[in-house]
Design a protein around this ligand. Structure first.
Ligand code: ATP
Length: 259
């Protein structure tokens, strides 16, 4: 339930605008990889190309390859909906379906994939997913209540439960803690640490301490100026990126000199 990702010569466009240029990167299975870099360098754009969410934007397209255990996600025979069930995504703002119960929120992705599931299997899946998201003990007595009644941090863990309920290979997280308080942030970081035993996790974060705390490897993206494409500048073990980066731009960024 965990696959590696190899990106080859990827260019990412919004119509004619080249937003991210020539990315080559290999992301290990069962690990946490953080994307860092200044605003506008294309972290979120690049993240969305990893499960073909980028192309839902009109005019958006890519050149190059994204291989999931060797299979190119962008092959013409590949269905993007299948890709998105293999590679789940958690967003900045927790986005549970507000009127749906906690239980139905967990099952929403499974039902969307047209999977028929018995009540007892559904009950087991709800419990397993909520346990996997470290939320079970807090919600087990109110599974029928709306997801919107939870705190922000609980809602984000509910979204993670919804993502893992479909048994993905990879979980992409786009600044999953940016709307959360410090305690909820720590709960999500603990959870990310646990998720990597089963999943490949990729996280975009503005918070460098967070990248240092949760990730095994870090990719630093940068942009030369407005209108220029973002580029992957340096990628390696997180401790090396933070303590002895090879590139001056990486050092300036991680030491807080810009961005
Ligand atoms: N839907 C879109 N249409 C056109 N251009 C876009 C779109 N989304 C992003 N861009 C542009 O692509 C570039 C990269 O943006 P992106 O949001 O990926 O950067 P980021 O590094 O994630 O930034 P931030 O840290 O501020 O979230 C920017 O120039 C941005 O204006």
């Amino acid at each position: 339930m965990s696959k590696r990702i190899d990106v080859k010569d990827l260019n990412v466009y919004y119509s004619k605008f080249l937003a991210v240029e020539d990315v080559n990167i290999s992301i290990d299975a069962r690990s946490v990889t953080a994307f860092i870099g200044p605003s506008g360098c294309g972290k979120s754009t690049f993240l969305r190309t990893l499960n073909r969410m980028h192309e839902v934007i009109p005019g958006a397209r890519v050149e190059g390859e994204v291989l999931l255990d060797g299979d190119n996600l962008y092959d013409s025979a590949v269905d993007p909906v299948t890709v998105r069930s293999q590679i789940g995504m958690v967003f900045q703002r927790p986005n549970p379906f507000p009127t749906m119960s906690i239980r139905d929120n967990v099952l929403a992705g499974v039902k969307l994939n047209n999977k028929r599931i018995s009540k007892s299997d559904a009950d087991a899946l709800v419990e397993k997913s909520l346990r996997g998201a470290n939320l079970w003990n807090e919600v087990k007595d109110r599974l029928g209540r709306p997801g919107s009644g939870l705190s922000g941090g609980q809602q984000q863990r509910l979204c993670i439960a919804r993502a893992i309920a479909v048994s993905p290979e990879v979980i992409l997280m786009d600044e999953p803690c940016s709307a959360l308080d410090p305690i909820s942030t720590l709960a999500i970081e603990d959870l990310i640490n646990e998720l990597k035993s089963e999943y490949t996790v990729v996280i975009v974060t503005h918070n460098m301490q967070q990248a240092a705390r949760v990730s095994d490897k870090t990719a630093f993206f940068n942009i030369a100026g407005t209108g220029k494409p973002g580029k992957l500048i340096e990628y390696g073990e997180t401790t090396n990126i933070f303590n002895m980066p090879s590139e001056k731009a990486t050092e300036d960024y991680v030491s807080g000199r810009f961005g």
